[in-house]
Design a protein around this ligand. Sequence first.
Ligand code: GLU
Length: 458
Amino acid sequence: MEMENTGKVVTRFAPSPTGHMHAGSYRTAFFAYLFAKRHDGKFILRIEDTDKERSKEEYTQEIFNVFEKIGISYDEKYIQSENLERHKEVLQKLISEDKAYISREEAKDGSGIIKDIIRFRNPGKSVTFDDLIRGPITTDTTDLGDFVLAKNIDEPLFHLAVVVDDHDEGVNHVIRAEEHIANTPRQILIHEALGFDIPKYAHLPLVLAPDKTKMSKRKGAIPVVDYLDMGYLPEALLNAICLCGWNPGTEQEIFSREELEKVFDLDKVQKAGAVFGQDKLDWFNREYIKKLSQKEFWDIAHHGLYGSIVNDTEEDREILKKLEPLIRERMTKFSDMQNFFGKADGSTVGEFDYFFVKPKIDLSMLIWKGLKIENPSDSDGWIKKTKEYLKEIHSRLEKLENWDYESIKASIWDYAEQEGRGAVLWPMRVALSGREKSPDPFEISSILGKEETLKRLK
Ligand code: GLU
């Protein structure tokens, strides 16, 4: 199956499904995709699963899944192992033209086994290619010797498979990671030996971990699929990953997929390695969370709420709506929901549980520490005072008609100023929330509603 050359840009992403893929690998994918889109071209996904021992179906499925969630589509999809017959045919052709040969060699593992290895007859010349990011790169291929093309006639290896597939699929722009620079001269020699057009190459600089070393699975790089599972938004991930080592030369940082498809190009990819940091991703995600409509927000958030203390009732939904701004301010990703709402069975505790279940109040916590400092031994006095404050707050709020933050605050503020803010507002906060830390008590009251606030104060 050979495709005709239409002059259209054709790129591909060719992952080996041998493990979970992190942001560095997906950046290669997204850049190849965006370059194709920008140039009205075609983007191919090719799963390079010829290493049977290390390739796993689950990793292939994971790649499809991440592409789908992030909204990256491909025009064609290939599974490399399905092209084995074609690879063998090309191998035979090279042998019959004496551009490759069978070499009887003893296995390197010391087992004494003799194998028929297929080697490339290297013309041993200087190969130059004009890398789209780095400029011309020249290699004297003599040093590479007669490199191996296949373990045997039935098992072609990486270089041969890549060259044949790129050619057959019409790929004319190979955009891939820097680590493949060393492979390119070999692959160009194979292209030449077969009389294939040589694609253009762009080798992307490294994606670095925050410690400026190469991002790697071994060093704990988080798989992109895990970020999705944690409730990072797909658009935020795409944006954060694409802004790693690329920007359009302006201050703009927030780009939708559609915008990226219009403005991305390889000439703005920086030559130095770029850091992919969690902080930056968190920043992007918070920006995208801010932009979600209320409906979008709860469509995503409510998944995390099953089994929590929030019930699917009109009442709880009302409270949730009011809590929404507080939650958005405090969250980075949707799995943070579990920090706000504990489990229904009490096995975990959430920051905002008291909005849904009455808190248990530790009575000694109600007393403002300032009272104790003023009169260390007068515990009857502290209790009396605290009761007085709560009573006064209760009576002021009871008379209040407009139940909103500003009105609640206005009705109590002068009293708090007069008696001491801590002394008055502390017991109010504790009575309403049972906590030492919470949003301010006016905020809590406005969300709880008048009836519930008065009950708790009482
Ligand atoms: N399958 C190779 C890898 O995962 C990429 C090959 C290529 O892009 O040429 O590293």
